[in-house]
Write a protein that binds this ligand. Structure first.
Ligand code: SF4
Length: 505
């Protein structure tokens, strides 16, 4: 009676979910692991992306663990992803890619508990096994009037036995999914919608009027508070990260973490133990992340290292950081890291002028080292460049400081009158970090799209050639030689008017 009432209701009212309607045990297993501790709406997007990346058990088994963790990024409870990967290897190697149609063998796979084994066995193979999650526990305890703590092992076993008795011999997967849907939409936590429930005529709690108090659970222990200092250690446009070895968030990439740090001195000691010499720059605010058994109350700091030497971990660029699996607990820290690693373009002011002149001097000397005689190079001191920048300003050029992680890394000058990107230099230590690209994008936005844009580079600067080419600049035929031996040459680049006019945003 229980099963026929439930299945008739399910046929008319079942939820339409992206992971339903398949008998493929691989797909069912992936969705059931994802659904543990995670809302159905959250899982939907992850499920589709995960299966696009790992369409079958062999592709998952063959993938590096880091790729699996990256695909799982943001779902939390990362041990699920690590176990999913381990279990895929077992199925691929021991069972030749075929999931065993056996409850006990499924249960023996890494990360597969009673619930998941029962869900896969019933949905994929029609094996009668109740998938005892929170929904089934609630519906069965109310329906059968079980008024004892459902976390006590003997009570758990009794409820699973009642579930098995209520289960039909066929449509076992539909029975479990119907119970899940009833628990999620009708027999919900708190006040259930008994008027809409197909089981109402036989329900003990409905008759007794105490459904709201069931299931009985002992009060959970509150999670433990942990003070965590998070240091974002940058070094010339890169940031230090490490692959975590501790059980919590194992193998995920994090910034420097100091548990129970009582002062900045503790953080500095921890940084020194990594073999990094770094100076404090600023506080970056606070963040909080709640795990099942603990809460991290995080304080974020920014440090700048003197060099990229370190005993463990490594300094990574923004694009390298974005490719690593980083846990949600680091969300606020990652946002700050992205900000620190994103180039800033600031209008020049007197305070910035010496730093910009120093970066200009260093990069000019490097760019011209192969062509100019040493004395001429040495003449291009920061003081000389500062005077040159003042000249540019007096001619009406706009000068910008190019900065990264709070440091000045280069200079950009634009000449609106001649619609020209007049100067762009990035200091040698700061090249290859996307600063030049950000500066050219900025200049193209600022200059007039309806007129030809101009820029001049040295003839043999391949990096600049690629960059300007990607922004639509093309060689003007003429090459100007700058010395009598004709070893040093400049070329002009032109970007045709687009006719679109300037962007207003
Ligand atoms: S009648 Fe009410 S309490 Fe009983 S199973 Fe249905 S929704 Fe739950």
């Amino acid at each position: 009676m229980f099963a026929s009432l439930l299945l008739s209701w399910y046929d008319a009212n079942h939820r339409v979910l992206p992971f339903r309607g398949t008998k493929d045990p691989y797909r069912i297993w992936v969705s059931e692991i994802m659904l543990q501790q995670t809302r159905t709406e959250t899982v939907a997007g992850y499920y589709t992306r995960f299966l696009d990346r790992f369409p079958d058990v062999f592709s998952l088994a063959d993938a590096p663990e880091e790729d699996v963790l990256k695909c799982w990024e943001g779902l939390g409870y990362y041990s699920r992803a690590r176990n999913l990967h381990k279990a895929a290897k077992v199925v691929a190697e021991k069972y030749e890619g075929k999931f065993p149609a056996d409850l006990e063998l499924l249960r023996a796979l890494p990360g597969v508990g009673d619930y998941t084994a029962a869900a896969v066995a019933s949905i994929a193979f029609d094996i009668p096994a109740p998938a005892m999650d929170g929904n089934l526990t609630r519906v069965l305890s109310r329906f059968h009037g079980v008024r004892e703590d459902v976390d006590i092992p003997a009570v758990k076993r009794r409820l699973a036995g009642l579930g098995r008795e209520d289960m039909p011999d066929t449509r076992c997967g539909d029975f479990n999914q119907a119970m899940m849907d009833l628990g999620a939409t009708v027999c919900t936590p708190g006040t259930p919608d008994c008027e809409a429930c197909p089981l109402r005529p036989l329900c003990d709690a409905y008759k007794a009027g105490d459904a709201e108090t069931l299931p009985i659970k002992a009060a959970a222990k509150p999670p433990k508070d942990v003070a965590m200092a998070v240091a974002l250690i940058t070094c010339r446009g890169r940031i230090w990260m490490t692959r975590r070895q501790e059980a919590l968030l194992k193998n995920l990439w994090v910034y420097q973490l100091t548990e129970n740090a009582e002062s900045g001195t503790d953080v500095e000691k921890a940084i020194k133990n990594l073999g990094i010499r770094a100076g404090y720059q600023s506080d970056l605010g606070k963040a909080r992340h709640v795990f099942t058994h603990r809460v991290w109350n995080m304080t974020l700091y920014h440090y700048e290292a003197e060099s990229a030497d370190c005993k463990e971990g490594r300094f990574v660029t923004l694009s390298e950081m974005n490719a690593l699996p980083i846990p949600t607990a680091m969300k606020a820290a990652k946002e700050q890291a992205v900000r620190l690693l994103t180039p800033e373009i600031l209008p020049m002011d007197e305070a910035l002028l010496p730093e910009v002149a120093a970066a200009y001097s260093a990069s000019w000397k490097k760019a011209h080292a192969a062509h100019c005689d040493p004395d001429f190079l040495e003449d291009h001191t920061p003081a000389y460049m500062e005077a040159k920048l003042r000249d540019y300003l007096s001619w009406g050029n706009e000068i910008y400081a190019l900065r990264l992680s709070g440091k000045t890394a280069g200079v950009l000058a634009i000449d609106r009158k001649h619609n020209e990107l007049a100067t762009l230099y990035i200091a040698p230590d700061w090249q290859g970090l996307g600063i030049g690209k950000a500066a050219v994008a900025f200049a193209v936005r600022e200059l007039d799209d309806t007129r030809a844009m101009k820029v001049t580079t040295l003839a043999k600067n391949e990096r600049a050639t690629r960059l300007y080419h990607s922004y639509g600049f093309r060689h003007k035929a003429k090459t100007r030689f700058l010395d009598r031996k004709q070893t040093l040459a400049e070329i002009d680049w032109l970007r045709s008017p687009t006719g679109k006019g300037k962007k207003t945003t």
